[in-house]
Every structure is written in structure tokens, then in C-alpha cells.
Design a protein around this ligand. Structure first.
Ligand SMILES: [Fe+2]
Ligand SMILES: [Fe+2]
Length: 259
């Protein structure tokens, strides 16, 4: 488990709250992030049901659940949304998710009045004003991998939360918190990105959009955080990556020879 302050000053913090241990959530280790500005908090992808108690105990070191002013769900996967009904019980926070997933949410046991707390984010993304001096940009990242996926950019820390883009599944004996050199890290991301990201067109258009932001760190939902020169190196690699349907040769078959 980790609790890392990625950015912190008197008033504004970007915190990696927890990386679940191997074995939890069927071995998918995931990152949950808290952006805190004074007494206000925004929780990014709180995670599945199994990690919820850990995330809550880490959260309580920084803010009370009543200070959570928003929960952002990047997409519809269970490792993102699985614990949401419990979070709805202990906070009053509105929840933001791509508009195309709204109709699926009742299948996570959310219905009636609770659905009124959900806000559908339009395809083009949106600006989120949380409190005075606390503004976030919700940036589209569709088809990378989910058809309706959103990223979050915090202009104060200049950290971009990229969800499954940049995600790594590190072997247990290769645990590190930051990527400083992309080359050494590539073996842990290339297979995942080639199979789970939908196409180079989606990757390239996303890179063209986010490189206009002044990104200090790329914070994915799985694995270490990219910083320094690794940020630009990752964007350059991803812009050129053939993936998903680019690699389909016939139904059920993908080429595996491109790096
Ligand atoms: Fe996912
Ligand atoms: Fe994920």
C-alpha cells in the first residue's frame, strides 16, 4: 500500500492514496487519487468494493468524507465503479461519469434518488469548478480503452490522471513508484496497450489534445507515475503505437510483432 504526495503546498495537494495489494481485486493493483484544495476534496476512481476500506482509511488522514465535493469515475469498469454505492452512503458528493455510461449504472445497485447525484459528462469533456481557486478540466480519452472515458487535468499540480492510458502491471519483484525512463518501463506496458487500446487514431488524437496541456506528471490507474522526461517519452511512444483494431488480422487474431 502506498500514500504518496505527488504535489503538495499549503493549500493544494495531489495524493496517491492507495495501491491495493496483489491478490486484492483479483490481483489488479490499482491507484486511487485525492485532489485536495484547502478543505475541499475530489476523489478520482475510488475503485472496486474490495479496496474501499483501505481507500477510506487513507482518505481519513487528509479529509473527512463530508469534505468530498465530487467523485469522478473515468469509465464503467468494475475496478472503477464497484465500490460506488458505499461511497454514496458516506458522502454527499456528486458523481461525474461519461454520459454514455449513465444507463448502465443502475446495474451497480444504484437507483432512484441516488441516480440524481450522477452527472453525465459530454463527449467533449467539461470544466469543473469545485470551489474558489479549485478548478479541474475533464478531458476526453474515448476508446482508450473504454468507449466513454474521461481523464482529469489539475492545472495547479499540472498532473494529468490518465486512467488506463500508461497503466502498467508490474511483476511483484519489480515494484517502483515513478517512471523516469520510459525504455526500461516499456516491457510492462506495451502488451497491455497493444491489446486494450482501441486504435492508433484514438491514441494520436488524444496525444495531440493533451500535449497542449503543460503536463508535469502522468498518473495512471495502475502502476507507477510518469514524471520528468518520461512524460514526453510516453506521449511520443503512444502517438505512434499500433494497437487494438490496427493489429487485427482476422477475427480473434492479432499480430504481436510490432513494438
Ligand atoms: Fe478499464
Ligand atoms: Fe483499469
Amino acid at each position: 500500500m502506498r500514500n504518496i504526495l505527488l504535489h503538495g503546498d499549503e493549500t493544494h495537494k495531489f495524493i496517491l492514496l492507495n495501491e491495493s495489494e496483489p491478490g486484492e481485486e483479483d490481483g489488479i493493483r490499482s491507484n486511487q487519487y485525492l485532489i485536495q484544495h484547502k478543505e475541499h476534496g475530489i476523489l478520482l476512481d475510488p475503485g472496486g468494493f474490495g479496496v474501499m476500506p483501505h481507500v477510506l482509511s487513507e482518505l481519513l488522514r487528509h479529509v473527512s468524507p463530508g469534505s468530498i465535493e465530487g467523485i469522478i469515475l473515468s469509465h464503467q469498469d468494475p475496478d472503477i465503479v464497484g465500490g460506488i454505492s458505499t461511497w454514496l452512503e458516506i458522502t454527499d458528493a456528486p458523481v461525474y461519469v461519461s454520459a454514455i455510461w449513465m444507463r448502465f449504472l443502475p446495474h451497480y445497485g444504484i437507483s432512484g434518488d441516488k441516480m440524481k447525484r450522477f452527472h453525465g459528462v459530454p463527449d467533449e469533456g467539461m470544466h469543473l469548478h469545485v470551489a474558489e481557486g479549485f478548478d479541474l478540466e475533464i478531458v476526453p480519452a474515448h476508446f482508450l480503452h473504454s468507449e466513454g472515458q474521461i481523464n482529469v487535468f489539475d492545472p495547479v499540480s499540472r498532473i494529468l490522471f490518465t486512467v488506463d492510458i500508461g497503466a502498467a502491471m508490474l511483476p511483484v519483484d519489480q515494484d517502483y513508484a515513478f517512471v523516469d525512463d520510459l525504455k526500461a518501463h516499456l516491457p510492462f506496458i506495451s502488451g497491455f496497450h497493444r491489446r486494450y487500446m482501441c486504435s492508433n487514431r484514438a491514441a494520436r488524437l488524444w496525444v495531440e489534445a493533451v500535449e497542449k496541456l503543460d503536463i508535469a506528471m502522468i498518473a495512471p490507474q495502475h502502476g507507477p507515475v510518469y514524471r520528468g522526461k518520461a512524460v514526453g517519452e510516453f506521449l511520443s511512444w503512444f502517438r505512434e503505437l499500433e494497437c487494438g483494431i490496427d493489429l487485427m488480422t482476422r477475427s480473434g487474431h492479432f499480430t504481436t510483432d510490432s513494438e
